[in-house]
Ligand binder design. Structure first.
Ligand code: FES
Length: 166
């Protein structure tokens, strides 16, 4: 049975084919991973942050789908030159808007991209030993979603192993 292709808009398809800021950053100040390699939906964010807390460079590696690559590309473009505080405020909805919309079943791909960004910012603050007022103590929606996906993928991969061993 063949599956109908997802209705991606031309902007997403273009970003998928020619993503910006794709690749490992050797001199990153901080790195964050979101997703789970066992199911293939994994992304890594690299940020180079100045002493004044400005994001000088951002790049990513993605093992996710076209929507994930497109949203990660857009996020890394949006945050270049931004203060950490402003980058922290970027929501998954603004990212979905920036790519011209996503099929609803693909919202989580954009959420994962923002989840990775927030994790990177949180890790940077932790490494620096600072806790700015704009950094929420509680995990944000995007961070929680990333965690939920990882837990779900973990459960599924454990179940698959049990099935295989039967
Ligand atoms: S990253 Fe999982 S389907 Fe897009």
């Amino acid at each position: 049975m063949s599956r109908a292709p997802l209705p991606y808009n031309p902007k997403i398809l273009e970003l998928f084919r020619n993503p910006k800021n794709l690749g490992k950053m050797e001199d990153a100040t901080v790195t964050a991973v979101a997703g789970n390699p066992s199911c293939g939906d994994m992304i890594i964010f690299y940020l180079k942050i100045s002493d004044e807390d400005v994001i000088e460079k951002a790049s990513f590696e993605s093992y996710g789908c076209a929507a994930n690559i497109a949203t990660s590309s857009v996020v890394t473009e949006m945050i270049k030159g931004m203060k950490l505080e402003d980058a922290w405020k970027i929501s998954w909805k603004s990212v979905v808007e920036a790519v011209g919309g996503l099929p609803s079943v693909k919202f989580h791909c954009g959420i994962l991209a923002v989840g990775a960004l927030r994790r990177a910012i949180r890790a940077y603050c932790k490494n620096k030993g600072v806790s700015p007022t704009w950094l929420s103590k509680e995990q944000t929606f995007e961070e929680k979603q990333a965690l939920e996906e990882e837990e779900l993928a973990e459960i599924l991969s454990r179940r698959m192993k049990v099935e295989e061993e039967k």
